[in-house]
Design a protein around this ligand. Sequence first.
Ligand code: BEZ
Length: 237
Amino acid sequence: MENVNQEFTPMPRIGDKAPEFKAVTTQGEINFPSDYQGSWVILFSHPADFTPVCTSEFMTFANMEKKFNEANCKLVGLSVDGLYSHIAWLRTIKEKIEYKGMKNIEVTFPLIEDITMNVAKKYGMMMPGESSTKAVRAVFFIDPKGIIRAIIYYPLSLGRNFDELYRALIAMQAADAFNIATPADWRPGDDAIVPTAGSCGTAKERMENQKDIKCHDWFFCTKPLSKEAVEKAIFKK
Ligand code: BEZ
């Protein structure tokens, strides 16, 4: 039976168009995702300003922002706090916090104020079983055409691994550029998985006739993909 007390908001899924919204941020107003057309964008939520895990995450992400930008990816943060809280928190981070060798960290990417929770609800960032007043740690990877390509969720107490977010971004970009898939723990320079069309033995033989392709079985073939080729495609060197 339907529970009338439970608000139901459908969550966006991989392959969906990123839901549109206008928002006020620490860098002015944004129209999402249209302002980001042509770039990858990582839209991520954090539970609250002036909290320790979030502070460590913001310092880490801001410290890596140049790397993400060089891979044609922009960062946009969100929490259900107001603009003045965001400004005060980011100022405190810059002026006072020294952590793991990082200091004077200036967060220059936009941080959305979402006191109405409209955006957080649209993106399925509110998970009442975890918290009804704070967004969970959600990460949406959105491609240059505005399509959601990957979604990762973490609970309130667990800080994210930003090297993994970068690895996932580069792996998706490599998959697009070379029409490949990436195996477990793939990093640039590792072999890539080639799509296997057709059936069983014949597909394996066909694949093995192509230079450099190694088939572990008919459904699992890999080929070398150099780090240089990946970097050339992604960083447009
Ligand atoms: C934190 O960022 O430290 C945090 C935020 C909300 C709940 C628990 C931890």
